[in-house]
Ligand binder design. Structure first.
Ligand code: DHB
Length: 492
């Protein structure tokens, strides 16, 4: 699928598109910087030097996307960490951009970090009649950008040994892939064909918001979690059949991963829902401790409730102020709600999640041709350069009669960060910050939980994971916390 596009062709394309693409090697001109500034929501102005249109491969196939912009704030040195933000969303192509005042890129500049924003091809990018960005093009472009930063590390301010990647959703998947796949040999011939720099491509840290990953297991995880929700039970008989068949596949997948909780307990289909419940309770408790109003209507049970106005004790028997909070107890429906969440009714909570946004269809990812469904973005992502969308799971392919060619299977493998965590042929980032909203239904909780658990089990330096309270499918939030974490990992 990946055609090597020779310099001559790229020159023709280049001429057509009016860009200047070097045909004779990668280029960085330190004198090409332009001064600019950005004003943050706080009113603070950050001055920077911008290096734009840095083509990170020599065989440029798609000149709209295969370059990067780099922004160096005043005061940055060779030792300054590099914050690499990808704007991939929906597995679509993403053009290199300037930092945004309201997201992590602007904040990173204000914190003094060098900011790199690479473009990348995606499922909708096209040159002439050729679809240029089907899997694994996006991660190849991003790895080429990382190699470019290493290649010119001495000429450019910023420390390419301390790259922190960040992205949301499909971009969170890209950030996870950059973090997990460092130097993995299977990407090498593909990167060589593109004319990427011959450099390492491992990174220092990976910040992943709601990563849409593990696509070949995401359908089974989705039905395993949601199949008994009111929404799914209102579906047709055929939908419920497919939902049940997919759900039934998840425990065997989980068992094969050999994961264990931080306390050493092996995770199985029997205890996994309880583990997700523990994580949701921990998240809600953290939010409650910070002042959020956690409603019992969502399925939570508190240490003391509906005991009447003067019931005591209501805070686990501790005097006020000794339980980490000086806040008074909340009242609910005439009763009082204790300081501690002691349980969560998962069916109630899952119905609540679905009430905030309707579920995806059945199947949720590999939908093409199943129960009359159209191709999903993921079906396109794994499709070919002629624009065809394809099935990418054995289950859906078995229903539609499509075959999973070796090429599709290879692409699915290369697009799933799960395959590389703890893999001895990959250099994993030692630092991870992973967030998935506690009411995000774009992929089901098991997907990020399994990923974070795999990272934790791999013995990496730190894995900071949270099902972030009350967050929908979104990213670059709680930036004070994100940048505290980055400061900690970069000042060790
Ligand atoms: C994104 C969201 C999805 O639901 C999905 O399946 C793929 C990508 C996104 O927002 O990037």
């Amino acid at each position: 699928m990946y055609k090597v596009v020779f310099p001559l062709i790229s020159l023709i394309l280049t001429a057509a598109c009016g860009t200047s693409v070097p045909a004779d090697g990668l280029v960085f001109d330190p004198s090409s910087g332009k001064e600019g500034s950005i004003e943050l929501p706080t009113g603070e102005t950050v001055n920077y030097t911008a290096y734009e249109k840095l083509y990170f491969v020599t065989n440029v196939e798609d000149p709209t996307y295969q370059y990067m912009n780099v922004y160096v704030p005043e005061g940055a040195t060779q030792r300054t960490p590099i914050f690499l933000r990808t704007y991939v969303g929906g597995y679509m192509a993403s053009e290199a951009a300037a930092p945004q005042a309201s997201d992590a890129s602007g904040r990173a500049l204000a914190e003094g970090y060098v900011v790199a924003i690479p473009g990348s091809r995606g499922r909708n990018s096209k040159v002439g009649e050729t679809w240029t960005g089907r899997a694994p093009a996006a991660i190849l472009d991003l790895k080429a950008a990382i190699r470019y930063l290493r290649h010119f590390d001495r000429q450019m301010p910023g420390d390419a040994e301390r790259i922190i990647t960040d992205g949301t959703s499909a971009g969170g998947a890209m950030s996870a892939l950059m973090g997990a796949t460092g130097n993995y040999p299977d990407y090498e011939p593909l990167l060589d064909a593109m004319g990427a720099a011959k450099e390492r491509d491992d990174v220092f840290a990976s910040v992943c918001f709601c990563p849409i990953i593990d696509l070949e297991h995401a359908d089974m995880a989705y039905e395993w979690l949601f199949k008994d929700t009111d929404s799914r039970l209102a579906g047709s008989e055929e939908q419920q059949k497919v939902s049940a068949e997919l759900a039934a596949q998840f425990p065997a997948y989980l068992a094969g991963l050999n994961l264990h909780k931080p306390d050493g307990t092996p995770l199985t289909g029997d205890n996994f829902l309880d583990y997700i419940k523990e994580l949701l309770i921990a998240s809600a408790q953290k939010a409650k401790d910070a002042g959020a109003d956690i409603s019992a209507d969502l399925g939570f049970k508190f240490n003391s409730e509906s005991r009447g106005r003067f019931a005591a004790p209501i805070n686990g028997g501790m005097p006020q102020g000794m339980n980490g909070s000086n806040r008074p107890m909340m009242r609910m429906g005439g009763g009082r709600v204790g300081e501690y969440i002691i349980d969560l009714d998962m069916p109630t909570y899952l119905n609540y999640v679905v009430s905030t946004q309707p579920l995806k269809g059945v199947p949720s990812f590999d939908s093409k041709g199943v129960l009359g469904s159209r191709a999903s973005g993921e079906n396109e992502e794994f499709g070919d350069a002629a624009g065809k969308a394809v099935n990418f799971t054995e289950y859906s392919a078995s229903l539609t009669g499509e075959s999973l060619t070796e090429e599709i299977q290879r692409n699915v493998f290369l697009m799933n960060p799960m395959n590389f965590v703890g893999n001895s042929k990959a250099t994993n980032a030692p630092h991870w910050y992973v967030r998935h909203g506690a009411r995000d239904r774009d992929t089901a909780f098991p997907v990020p939980v399994v990923f974070a658990t795999k990272l934790q089990n791999a013995g990496l330096e730190d894995v900071d994971f949270l099902l972030a309270w009350n967050r929908p499918h979104s990213g670059d939030y709680a930036l004070d916390e994100v940048f505290d974490w980055i400061r900690q990992i970069t000042s060790r």
